[in-house]
Design a protein around this ligand. Structure first.
Ligand code: GTP
Length: 306
């Protein structure tokens, strides 16, 4: 018989329209900057896992890329990846921001989830509750509950203030089977460091840019080499070489900026983040290359890790 005190573990993914707070929520649960947040939609392209350790449970968060209407080969591949993720996880959290009315986009995602993974447990999450009044939160909970049906739990949460975050952990844990932890304590992510580095560079490169570039920019870490001859006092240092792929020469100009100024800024920003992530000093070298229509070319997609 299962009891409340049994240890539970399992996989969770958050879904929802762009900008509904999925990455921020992942960070709040994991307690460290792993998933990539940005004020720009659709930056979460890779499956990034954060692991939530609690005395009674372990949740492995799988951060899926958004669903796309599959116009390109990349769009199709991403959708396949999403479908696999949906059916493999134990629970899916549908994120609906408290400050926006539920719309066709939300309903479309719900339809996809129910269709792709009819057996996976679904939980409705009203996010960003710090942004609106209590009444608005209540209204949104009722609306979401109506949408999902009486069988489905709904819960309000604020990743920004931390309010209700532990309640969410408990609710998610309840939908897991009993079982031992999948990962040892202290391990936050099993994503290869290179993918995280590439994500941080991509995030820095997209900061403040228009809507078109996010789909056209891919980052590949070419080399990570340990600098030789460092004394113990100097500490370890890594040389990281990264390539930023864009689709058109005009985009190359945008990323590099006047006299290379923008790329230098991107480098500084990304370097700081990567140093935080790895806990070592790094020397980051960035190059921008044009790979025409890489989104439509299977060979290039493979090379870029999709
Ligand atoms: N006030 C407030 N803002 C939030 C909260 N959670 C997220 N945000 C903001 O909402 C924006 C989008 O958050 P993200 O976590 O990047 O959203 P996402 O759903 O992961 O977005 P995509 O990766 O584009 O799908 C960011 O500017 C966040 O700072 C919250 O709890 N409260």
């Amino acid at each position: 018989m299962s009891t409340e005190t049994e240890f539970r573990s399992g996989f969770v993914c958050f879904v929802g329209r762009p900008n509904t707070g999925k990455s921020t929520l992942t960070n709040a649960l994991v307690g460290s900057k792993i998933a990539i947040t940005s004020s720009r939609p659709q930056t979460t392209r890779h499956t990034i896992r954060g692991i939530v350790h609690r005395p009674h449970a372990q949740l492995i968060l799988v951060d899926t890329p958004g669903l796309h209407r599959p116009r390109t080969l990349l769009g199709q591949r991403l959708n396949d990846l999403v479908r696999d993720t949906y059916s493999e996880v134990d629970a899916i959290g549908l994120c609906i921001p408290a400050d926006e009315k539920i719309g066709p986009g939300d309903r479309w995602i719900l339809e996809q989830v129910r269709q792709m993974a009819p057996k996976t447990k679904l939980i409705g999450i009203v996010t960003k509750i710090d942004k609106v009044s209590r009444e608005k939160v209540a209204e949104q909970l009722v609306a979401l509950s109506k949408l999902l049906g009486p069988e489905t739990d709904v819960i309000p949460v604020s990743a920004a203030s931390g309010e209700q975050v532990e309640m969410l952990v408990d609710l998610l844990a309840k939908s897991m089977d009993e079982g031992p932890a999948f990962y040892p304590d202290g391990e936050i992510t099993d994503e290869p460091e290179e993918t995280l580095m590439a994500e941080l560079i991509r995030e820095a490169a997209l900061e403040g840019l228009g809507d078109e570039l996010p789909h056209s920019l891919a980052v590949v870490i070419e080399e990570v080499i340990e600098r030789e001859g460092r004394t113990e006092k100097q500490g370890e240092m890594l040389d990281v070489h990264a390539l930023l792929y864009v689709e058109r020469p005009s985009q190359k100009g945008i990323v590099i900026g006047k006299g290379g100024a923008r790329l230098r800024e991107v480098g500084t920003k990304a370097r700081t983040q990567i140093e935080k992530l790895l806990g070592t000093r790094i020397f980051l070298e960035l190059h921008v290359k044009v790979a025409k229509d890489w989104q439509r070319d299977p060979k290039q997609l493979g090379r870029l890790g999709f």
